[in-house]
Design a protein around this ligand. Sequence first.
Ligand code: ZN
Ligand code: ZN
Length: 266
Amino acid sequence: MSDDVHEVYAIHYGHHDRPAAENYIGGDPHDVLQPLDYFVWAIVGKAETVIVDTGFDETVGTRRKRQMVKPVREGLNAIGIDPENIETVIVSHLHYDHCGNYDLFPRARYHLQDREMEYATGRCMCHAQLRNSYEEDYIVAMVRKLYRGRVEYHDGTDEIAPGITVHLIGGHAKGLQCIRVKTRRGHVVLAADATHLYAHMEQGRVFPTTYNLQEVLEGYRTLKKLASSPAHIVPGHDPEVLARYPAAKQGLEGWIVRLDADPKSG
Ligand SMILES: [Zn+2]
Ligand SMILES: [Zn+2]
């Protein structure tokens, strides 16, 4: 494996059963469930392991009626990752399901977009509807990290390590970023909430939590430009990800999958 080629893992930790209609602006004509799954991602390279997003914890999950399937720490341990050793965490955005467990990586520096911290601590948070997806303690924890020199800001596109870049998308949250990773099968894009489900980007539909509709729609084009093919884009909340990709190893089926492996066809 050359220095800029990485393994990429999706680690499933949470679940929410909900009607399909709740996932789209304008609803959905089908009276069916379309659950959301919750993930963190690990990018494993020769030089270091980079974590993308840190999930929510049990307390916040319970309060928000989201099911904790497996704590994030357990998922990391299952593929041999010790959170104590992690030095780099990329945060796609600061919604509660992406930046909790804030004590889990005591040595890490956190990488996020300027616009996301400005959003999460600025005027927009005067509005309950925009504030709703943020968790007060998680934001305060990030501010504390900032004051301890553990936050690094990015404005637009930036390189985190050879083969790993971040790209501002906005749309769903003002400073949402996606992550592009060089792998053995080409450039994989971790979309996070730039597309919750495959259906959003494939059908040009939009998740109801939205800061800027135009940026959401432009974001779908950006994802496609960055990825080696549409099959290289990994949605942030689609249970289908666990079906399309092979387990990281035997026994981890439905829990941890390998995104640098070719997806199963169909
Ligand atoms: Zn979000
Ligand atoms: Zn999310």
